[in-house]
Design a protein around this ligand. Structure first.
Ligand code: PLP
Length: 369
């Protein structure tokens, strides 16, 4: 199979599996137990916390392990004090938009920050936002569909000066571009393990102690009393290893991915009626999203699947619904063109030969359409 859907999920790195195996087979102790077997698991969690913190240039004590990016995003928004105002960008992932809508139904103020044709915040929306006086702003660092990278650092500084709490969803950015919690100047940042060649069902919220986090799950007091429940030790160990590898190999991975993306884009240009979304702005080195006039995205996806090529027609969650992607709608893309969207998200094991093969198959399928 030619797998080109790494923003949906990544395969486990073999080195991550090796790191996890002892914690699945032998070291089953509960990290809260005081005897040696428990202390061993605790020390593995400490190491993973350091590895995850290092990936995003944060203090290990700032890392709360969660069940994934979705929980980290929900936890971040749950820190909103009662009867306060929340602002989110129009292109956020459903794990932000859905809890935001729920908060709004519960009586919090909600403002959706408009984006331009490239998915970047508009000046007009930014000044409207200041008028709205939010308590918390959530702005994703990189978009899962288009790969567009927002200048979070530039906005966060200004917002924090106005006393606003800033959260960023860095689930897609981490491991693909350098991410520094300190330099971004945000107070909360979400991560997910399975987007960086780690196991599924594991993630983290990185937070500044000044933010009054409101736990979603209460119980035994694990994770600084902010996320109770016996830790998923093997998964956290795997996440830690994946983070360590992502940090040490970041430059090399970025170069490889950008090389493949450049080859892909140069070849896509030659397909009649094809438009690439957010083509000329800063995007993740692994992501390209495009639409082709007169082609249905999901039909093309299924035809590619028959040729053993895996791509996405938008975000994993939005696909299958038959609706054009809300991200592309927010960018003002024509709904018919948006319904033709295909997202390619490259991974570290992809090769030039696979890109050439993909282009060959797409050209063939489009010419038959
Ligand atoms: N945020 C973004 C931008 C994502 O792309 C995803 C997953 O697709 C998530 C959050 C949710 O992460 P998880 O799958 O770990 O719950």
């Amino acid at each position: 199979m030619i797998y080109l859907d790494h923003n949906a999920t990544t395969p486990l790195d073999g080195r991550v599996v090796e790191a996890m195996l002892p914690f699945l087979k032998s070291f089953y102790g509960n990290p809260s137990s005081l005897y040696r077997h428990g202390r061993l698991a605790r020390s593995a969690l400490d190491t993973a916390r350091e590895q995850v913190a290092a990936l995003v240039d944060a203090n290990p004590a700032a890392v709360i392990f969660t069940s994934g990016g979705t929980e980290a995003n929900n936890l971040a928004l749950a820190s909103l004090p009662a009867a306060c105002r929340l602002a989110i960008a129009a292109t956020e992932h459903p794990s932000i938009t859905e809890p935001a809508k729920r908060l709004s139904r519960q009586g919090h103020g909600l403002s959706i920050i408009a984006v331009d044709g490239n998915g970047l915040l508009t000046e007009a929306a930014l000044s409207q936002l200041m008028g709205f006086q939010p308590t918390l702003v959530s702005l994703m660092l990189a978009n899962n569909e288009t790969g567009v990278v927002q200048d979070v650092a530039a906005y966060a500084g200004q917002w924090r000066e106005s006393g606003i709490i800033v959260h960023t969803d860095a689930v897609q950015a981490a491991g693909k571009i350098p991410v520094s919690f300190k330099r971004l100047g945000v107070q909360m940042l979400s991560l997910s393990s399975h987007k960086i060649y780690g196991p599924k069902g594991c993630g983290a919220l990185v937070f500044d102690k000044s933010v009054p986090i409101n736990p979603l799950i209460v119980g035994g007091g694990q994770e600084q009393d902010l996320r109770s429940g016996t830790e998923n030790v093997a998964a956290i160990v795997g996440f830690g290893k994946a983070a360590e590898l992502a940090k040490t190999e970041l430059a090399e991975r970025g170069k490889h991915l950008l090389g493949l993306r450049t080859l892909l884009e140069a070849n896509l240009e030659a397909i009649p009626g094809l438009s690439m979304f957010a083509k000329n702005v800063n995007r993740l080195p692994n992501t390209v999203q495009f639409g082709i006039d007169g082609v249905d995205g999901e039909m093309l996806l299924m035809k590619l699947d028959k040729k053993n090529i895996a791509v996405s027609s938008g975000s994993a969650c939005a696909s299958g619904g038959g609706q054009p992607s809300p991200v592309l709608m927010a960018m003002g893309v024509n709904p018919t063109l948006a319904k033709s969207a295909i997202r390619i998200s490259l991974g570290i094991a992809n090769t030039e030969a696979e890109i050439v093969q993909f282009i060959h198959v797409v050209k063939d399928l489009v010419s038959q359409a």
